[in-house]
Design a protein around this ligand. Structure first.
Ligand SMILES: Nc1ncnc2c1ncn2[C@@H]1O[C@H](COP(=O)(O)OP(=O)(O)O)[C@@H](O)[C@H]1O
Ligand SMILES: [Mg+2]
Length: 349
């Protein structure tokens, strides 16, 4: 989609620096055992040039969110309600043809497993040049030059030669670098990275995240970094949206949330990281298990696991603003905050 098409279509006047505004989306899957309500009224936003973390345990709806945004859900899945504004345009209103321009050229997606995103029987050249030609409108030679330049930018040595290698000739970390190079060669404005380093060795993870950050700053991209790893979000994001059971339960600046989490789930999540439990090396676990989403708990989906739960929690808590840029969905937030303050005061005295 050209710049003008996008502008012409923009009807929505949100805050001007918001690039992606996800509003109250519901994504359901039809299965033999019933309807899986994977996303149940998810709202969040991402601003221009901002790095935003989407955090939560496995199964809370992170991947479904990225696939809903790009409209690449499996056949049995559908966004049944809600709006997803990208630069003021509701992606839900676009035709499939328009959506194909958005994918890659406007919003790029990086997957967890770099191997499955590459075709094993095609050389890297073949897998990069066509897409670059298509989206950048350049000839084959120019596309190859862009590919090589991008491969160098992400730290692939001897890119001029290695471009003719096949995926199996690269390590996992190098494959992810190639996918970053390919994605950014199209000059997208938003990069969605879904657990981009989870499949990689720990030592390689930091390098790949560094490259993503470096490229983000260089190209002025917005980043939606999906991860279950709190260490990764604390070092790589400006703001976070905490997911639980297909909803956002808390949003705010990363530093503020790590210092002073407000939702009982966020607190439990942070206390489950060893380094956050001062003096104790033991990994705390959150009692209970993640909700199954065919028959989810009524009201707040965390209430069966929550130490603060009362009857009112069987109704849905609204997302409320409780400070500069800070939002939380919990009826008992005042008690939770006071309680945590007391606990911290006691443990430091
Ligand atoms: N194709 C599908 N059919 C049925 N349920 C699905 C499908 N894909 C995902 N789900 C369900 O949606 C929920 C969210 O999944 P997902 O977004 O993959 O979680 P994660 O946060 O780990 O990325 C899970 O309960 C999952 O079982
Ligand atoms: Mg996932």
């Amino acid at each position: 989609m050209s710049e003008t098409t996008l502008k012409g279509k923009a009807k929505h006047n949100g805050s001007s620096n918001v690039i992606l505004d996800v509003r109250d989306i519901y994504t359901y899957f039809k299965t033999e055992s019933g309807v899986v309500k994977a996303l149940d009224g998810v709202s969040f936003d991402i601003r221009e040039q901002e790095s935003v973390g989407i955090v939560g345990e496995s199964g809370c709806g992170k991947t479904v969110t990225s696939r809903s945004i790009l409209r690449i859900l499996p056949k049995n899945g559908e966004v049944v309600a809600g709006e997803i504004y990208y630069r003021g345009v509701n992606l839900m209103d676009l035709t499939e043809k328009q959506m194909r321009h958005v994918r890659g050229k406007e919003i790029a997606l990086l997957f967890q497993d770099p191997l499955s995103a590459l075709n094993p029987v095609l050389s890297i050249r073949e897998q990069m040049v066509d897409v670059i030609q298509l989206h950048r409108g350049v000839d084959e030679e120019e596309a190859a030059n862009i590919a090589i330049k991008m491969m160098k930018a992400v730290g692939i040595p001897e890119a001029e030669h290695r471009i003719d290698d096949y995926p199996h000739q690269y390590s996992g970390g190098m494959r992810q670098r190639i996918l970053i190079a390919r994605a950014l060669a199209l000059r997208p404005k938003l990069l969605i990275a879904d657990e981009p380093t989870t499949a990689l060795d720990v030592t390689i993870q930091a390098q790949v995240l560094d490259i993503i950050q470096r490229m983000r700053k260089e190209y002025g991209l917005s980043l939606m970094l999906i991860t279950h790893n709190l260490g990764v979000v604390s070092e790589n994001t400006d703001r976070i949206h905490v997911f639980y059971g297909g909803r956002v339960v808390e949003s705010g600046p990363t530093r503020a949330i790590f210092k002073d989490p407000h939702h009982p789930y966020t607190i439990a999540l942070l206390e489950s990281i060893p380094s956050f439990k001062k003096g104790k090396g033991k990994l705390a676990t959150i009692p209970g298990s993640v909700p199954q989403l065919i028959n989810p708990p009524k009201g707040c989906r965390f209430h069966p696991r929550c130490p603060y739960a009362t009857d009112i929690c069987k109704t849905r808590p609204p997302m409320e603003k409780i400070g500069e840029d800070r939002y939380v969905a919990c009826f008992h937030v005042d008690t939770v905050i006071a309680d945590r303050k007391n606990r911290l005061a006691k443990s430091s005295s």
